[in-house]
Design a protein around this ligand. Structure first.
Ligand code: ZN
Ligand code: ZN
Length: 367
């Protein structure tokens, strides 16, 4: 059993609850069950590993166990304390709140066993509606407070890259560099990393998700450094690729191509733009230089409470950008057995286009 977290400072989430109520009203539901931990935190401010929220047109009730009751009450939330089984108790609470109407729930958030316990406790007058991602769809548009947290988390990354440039990479191990970055981010206020740092030197750079090793970074090559951290529950994400010694013409060309693709696709990020079209800007440029097969992942992803969330910038994305979305733009060129390049910025979509939140230089820095 985990100890309870410290009581969170109250965040005004009433405008978020209103947006959920609009969704409930437009679907004609009597209530919505919210299970995802990030959704719960976004909606209520409660950081809990075991809580569900039932939202109705006029009530918001948090079902949680004794470990989180005090924290939930401190946030001013109406709490239903789970006494025995989370799912049975939740069924009773949600069933009571949605009696005589339809209750929407996220099937992806329940095991089959949990579903059986949940439905067993529902009164017959409630009809269930399966609806995944109701809150996640709303979370893609960040409010000013959320953007401020992402901005703060992004700012810490700028400092970590400055540290990398200053300490140098030649002769160090990937793991040593990753630890120096983590320490720097934590000392400057990050509560955690948003993912395990990627430090990929030489041919390791050809693997987009390489884990840092204890081998020394070779010289005359490129080193990809992809890092992210968490501030006030919000993630950041940025990649820079550094040179060690002289990386030679092939890797320099790959760098210049990736940078051109990154700048061009970044420029395409604006309200109304389609995720797949932005992806195509980078992909077409890279393919035109014969490297189409060397860029195997999507161009970017949404970032917020989770490091990978909607919207997606990819070949198959159907997402359309709106003001307040936060996305990465991260093309790469990966040359098997040789090395790789990725350049990633984190941006917020604005009325005029976008604002870049990650500011470390994109010129090739030798470290
Ligand atoms: Zn990244
Ligand atoms: Zn990313």
């Amino acid at each position: 059993m985990n100890p309870p977290p410290p009581i969170a400072s109250p965040v005004d989430t009433s405008h978020r609850v209103e947006r959920v109520r609009d969704a409930i009203a437009s679907n004609g539901w009597a209530g919505l069950v919210v299970l995802d931990a990030a959704d719960v935190r976004w909606l209520t401010g409660l950081d809990s590993s075991n809580a569900a929220v039932v939202v109705t047109p006029d009530r918001t009730v948090v079902a949680t166990d004794f470990r989180y009751v005090a924290a939930a009450e401190a946030l001013g939330l109406e709490v239903a304390r789970i006494e025995q089984s989370m799912w049975q108790d939740l069924g009773r609470v949600a069933g009571g709140l949605a009696a005589g109407g339809s209750l929407a729930y996220p099937p992806a958030g329940l095991s089959h066993r949990a579903f059986l316990q949940f439905t067993d406790a529902l009164p017959d007058s409630v009809s269930l509606r399966a609806a995944d991602g109701v809150v996640a769809k709303l979370r893609v548009i960040k409010d000013a407070a959320e953007i401020a947290h992402v901005r703060a988390a992004a700012q810490l990354l700028d400092g970590a890259y400055a540290l990398v440039a200053e300490m140098g990479l030649e002769g160090r191990t990937e793991a040593e560099v990753a630890w120096a970055i983590e320490r720097n981010l934590r000392e400057r206020g990050a509560s955690a990393l948003s993912f395990e740092s990627i430090v990929a030197g030489g041919e390791h750079g050809a693997r987009p998700h390489h884990s840092p090793t204890d081998t020394a970074i070779p010289t005359d090559t490129l080193v990809t450094v992809d890092i992210g951290c968490v501030v006030d529950g919000y993630c950041s994400d940025c990649t820079r690729t550094f040179a060690v010694g002289d990386p030679g013409p092939e890797l320099r060309e790959a760098y210049d191509l990736t940078l051109r693709a990154q700048v061009a696709s970044l420029d395409a990020v604006r309200p109304g733009a389609h995720g797949r079209d932005i992806d195509a800007v980078a992909r077409d440029l890279i393919a035109a230089e014969g490297h189409g097969d060397h860029f195997g992942h999507g161009l970017g992803h949404g970032v917020g409470m989770e490091i990978h969330e909607a919207p997606r910038l990819s070949r198959t994305s159907e997402d359309v950008l709106e003001v307040g979305m936060v996305v990465t733009v991260e093309p790469g060129v990966y040359l098997p057995g040789i090395g790789g390049v990725r350049i990633e910025d984190l941006v917020v979509v604005t009325q005029d286009g976008n604002e870049v939140l990650t500011h470390f230089t994109k010129e090739l820095v030798t470290a």
